[in-house]
Design a protein around this ligand. Structure first.
Ligand code: ARG
Ligand code: ZN
Length: 417
């Protein structure tokens, strides 16, 4: 009874807090852990499924890892790390004021940096509604080059939409999605950069539209994205409600129908909860459906995430390599070099399972494994800000500028083959 009451109260507060409450992270700390060695990587990785711990990037071999934890749960993490004989130190004492500062900055920029009609702004992170409006505006402005594609409707009734860009029929497709993970705010600007380059710079970039069609999905997880602005800066999953659980949300990048569920995460409170079954979620179905519908006709799939400065390719579910791993690696390295040329941002290219640890039911694996997409990548954009997670808005322009060159490099290569 008590639990039920508590849940109803929680539900009420949650429904209200879109306008009233912002989750305070005061009392949360971030530990810097590592470097993580081969021998404990697997056990260390398993900690990411523990709902008490929030890994700010995926567990990674040989480098430092940042994990957020409430002060109440910090002793559990510390003892787990000690038993793995991993070095760690407190990296951020209190996340609370940092989140407050970031939200205040966002509100200030929103008030002072207005977006022009038919234009994006890279002076700040654009919110969901603005991006929706922008898509409608460019669609109206470029009716011959663009089509809005309605993919799926989310649990909370928001449309997952793509913008298809094409200047003539009969070409293969590039599919790119951003912000499948809600809190990865640097991703949508990369999708928006792609759209503005192809449309507003049509003359100089016409060649890229002569080569392929583009389907760009700027916000692949609208419910989560909105929630990360309204209520909880660190929200990762979607906002699916499961009445039998006290926690909300499924990780859509563990929900694809390809080796689904291999991590055996059954706790719905986990940040990597894969859901009740493959494609139980609209967010994975939205992109997955397009991948399948266009199977055999897709030149390249690009999933844009943050952070980690990684160019990842399949597989994630096994350490075995796909047959075209050499091409995938070479093309990734070339893209990384194009990025590097700007300001020395250094990416590492490799397979997900090789550079991170086994992950199941992810989009890039599905694209290659089920939709036969020959070139399939997940970009982990650069970190920044405190602990890497929240690069300030002033980083948007440098990131989208260099990333765009990397994307162009990849797409050219993929379209050749
Ligand atoms: N940060 C991404 C995630 O956690 C990485 C996905 C990479 N791809 C993969 N197949 N593991 O979902
Ligand atoms: Zn992600």
């Amino acid at each position: 009874m008590q639990a039920k009451k508590g849940f109803l109260l929680f539900l009420t507060v949650t429904l209200w807090n879109g306008v009233t409450l912002y989750k305070s992270y005061s009392g949360y700390e971030v530990l810097k852990i590592g470097p993580v060695t081969e021998s404990v990587l697997s056990e260390f990785s398993d900690l990411q499924h523990d709902a008490r711990f929030d890994f700010w990037s995926r567990p990674r071999l040989g480098s430092d890892n940042f994990v957020m934890v409430s002060s109440g749960n910090a002793p559990y993490l510390a003892s787990a790390l000690r038993s793995l004989q991993l070095d760690f130190s407190t990296y951020i004492n209190d996340v609370g004021p940092l989140v407050t500062k970031e939200i205040e900055e966002h509100e200030f920029l929103k008030a002072t940096k207005k977006r022009q009609p038919k234009a994006v702004t890279f002076d700040r992170f654009m919110e969901f509604n603005e991006i929706q409006d922008y898509m409608d505006e460019v669609n109206a402005a470029y009716p011959n080059l663009t089509t809005i594609v309605d993919l799926e409707t989310t649990f909370l009734g928001k449309k997952i939409r793509g913008l298809r860009l094409s200047n003539s029929p009969g070409k293969r497709l590039v599919i790119m999605d951003c912000a499948l993970h809600a809190r990865e705010w640097m991703a949508p600007p990369v999708c928006l950069k792609t759209i503005t380059e192809l449309l507003d710079n049509y003359e100089s970039n016409k060649e890229l539209l002569d080569l392929v069609d583009w389907l760009v999905i700027p916000i692949a997880n609208p419910d989560g994205y909105v929630y990360s602005f309204s209520t909880d800066r660190f929200w990762r999953k979607n906002r699916k409600i499961d009445l039998s659980s006290p926690c909300f949300g499924v990780d859509p990048n563990r929900n694809y129908d390809f080796h689904w569920g291999g991590e055996n995460v059954s706790d719905p409170c986990s940040l990597t909860y894969p859901g009740t079954g493959p494609f139980s979620e609209k967010e994975s179905l939205a992109v997955g459906g397009q991948l399948l519908a266009n199977s055999g006709n897709i030149a390249i799939y690009l999933a844009i995430h943050s952070y980690g400065e990684l160019i990842l390719f399949p597989w994630g579910y096994t350490t075995e390599l796909p047959p075209n791993a050499p091409e995938l690696g070479a093309t990734g390295n070339e893209a990384a070099a194009a990025v590097f040329a700007h300001r020395g941002m250094e990416y590492t290219t490799g397979t997900s399972a090789g550079l991170l640890y086994l992950q199941f039911g992810a989009a890039d694996d599905f694209a290659m494994g089920m939709a036969n997409v020959p070139y399939s990548y997940t970009w982990e954009l650069p970190g920044g800000g405190t602990g890497g997670f929240n690069p300030p808005a002033s980083e948007i322009i440098p990131v989208v500028t260099e990333t765009w060159d990397g994307i162009v490099s990849m797409v050219r290569k993929a379209a050749e083959n």
